[in-house]
Design a protein around this ligand. Structure first.
Ligand code: USQ
Length: 397
């Protein structure tokens, strides 16, 4: 199949492109290297050295004999998106090409505006392009479990049957996201649903949980194929950060009480879920939602798992409860359904001691690259006491 991966330079986009190429698909990637600019802006960098996308595509070709098509361009530019889709002629587009960090979107006014315009305009351009030049193409969109928030009822996969004043209907599940980033995904979801209904496009909205992991079968082939694994406060996610903190001898940064429960999945399962979605496309006009995670943990449980496994490697990892920089429930009901991808054949790689062990071991090989000063959280959700919105100044770290 011909598959275009938007955001093909990122933590998930690059491994997805390689995985789909290895599975025999014809793959193209589009990226504008925005993430690399944000890294420079905040003075952070991925744990492993990351080659340019051009070099990674060349290395992939060298070691596998398989080409990956590469387009450098910004999804906010309609002409760029139109040209990329018209020239490549994809049967499926996998859309990772967005600003992915909640803390980034909460830093200040400019970054909130940027996160939403970048994400929403890019997706809206893509929808119009699909309408114009590829109406049968399947849009596989990366959304987030954070679109739902943490309601006190079970979370369904995208839609809920409601009875109200004696009448029944199946409606989009209520959304209560917790950051301007998560809100951008909600707005995307509404736009995609509308486009499917109005123009008979087809789309799978993957409401993904928090991804962890540093390697896949393809990144393991050659160090030049590594993916950009972040551990800093802005782009790093919980488990990845805890593993790096353990190796670096920094207390694990549990925000607040640590009772926040989230859905998690291994990076290898992200790739498989995307593939399963592509191989089982929705009908024309259909907008469907899959909750894409394999198991739930509280943040504290994750820290304790890392603590235990680090001890087995002779590392004493302390767990520290920091003042929570975010506004979120720290103890809550959480029961999201996640059956649809399992029904399509997903066999999860569940979090095990072996897996945490292999992450810690891999991180240890690069321990010398860890920058301790980019770990503690500075981005705060709440307004300062006194009523002024807090502005984050990266240079004042
Ligand atoms: N947390 C800590 N300590 C840390 C980092 C995070 O306690 O050092 C807590 C947070 O307060 C939060 C939970 O861990 O309760 C998850 O935070 P995270 O930074 O790992 O993930 P999040 O901000 O939710 O965003 C990440 C990805 C985003 C994706 C989302 C899926 O950055 O792209 O959409 O996970 S989900 O969380 O299901 O919405």
């Amino acid at each position: 199949m011909k598959i275009l991966v938007l955001g093909g330079d990122g933590y998930l986009g690059w491994p997805t492109a390689m995985y789909l190429s290895a599975r025999g698909h014809e793959v193209g990637v589009v990226d504008n290297f925005a993430k690399r600019r944000w890294e420079m802006e905040l003075n952070v960098e991925p744990l492993l050295p990351i080659h340019t996308l051009h070099d990674r595509v060349a290395a992939w070709h060298e070691v596998t004999g398989r080409p990956i098509d590469l387009v450098v361009g910004d999804l906010r530019n309609y002409g760029v998106v139109r040209e990329a889709v018209a020239r490549f002629g994809p049967e499926a587009v996998v859309h990772y090409g967005e600003q992915p960090s909640a803390p980034y979107s909460m830093m200040d006014h400019n970054r909130a505006i940027f996160s939403q315009t970048n994400n929403i305009v890019g997706t809206l351009n893509l929808l119009w392009v699909l309408r114009e030049v590829a109406p049968d193409c399947h849009l596989v969109k990366l959304g987030t479990m954070g679109e739902y928030g943490t309601p006190n009822i079970d979370i369904e996969e995208g839609f809920i049957e409601i009875e109200h004043n004696g009448r029944r209907d199946v409606l989009p599940y209520p959304k209560q996201p917790g950051s301007f980033y998560h809100l951008s995904k909600v707005h995307d979801s509404h736009n995609i649903l509308f486009a499917c209904r109005t123009w008979k496009l087809r789309s799978t909205d993957l409401n993904q949980g928090v991804v962890y992991g540093i390697e896949t079968d393809q990144t393991d082939i050659d160090p030049r194929l590594a993916t950009s694994f972040h551990y800093d406060e802005v782009f790093g996610t919980a488990l990845n950060r805890f593993c790096v903190q353990a190796v670096a001898g920094i207390p694990l940064t549990v925000y607040g009480r640590g009772g926040q429960t989230r859905g998690f999945l291994n990076i290898r399962d992200t790739l498989r879920c995307v593939e399963l979605s592509i191989l089982n496309p929705p009908a024309a006009g259909e907008y469907r939602v899959f909750n894409q995670f394999t198991e739930t943990f509280t943040v504290l449980e994750l820290a304790q798992l890392v603590h235990k496994q680090a001890a087995a490697l002779g590392i004493e990892a302390k767990v520290e409860h920091l003042d929570n920089p975010r506004l979120e429930a720290e103890a809550h009901y959480y029961n999201p359904h996640h059956q649809k991808l399992v029904d399509l054949g997903l066999e999860p790689h569940l979090l095990s001691n072996v897996l945490i062990d292999s992450m810690l071991t891999r991180i240890r090989e690069h321990a010398g690259r860890v920058k301790p000063d980019i770990i503690l959280p500075h981005v705060r959700w709440a307004r300062d006491v006194g009523g002024h919105a807090s502005e984050f100044a990266p240079q004042s770290r």
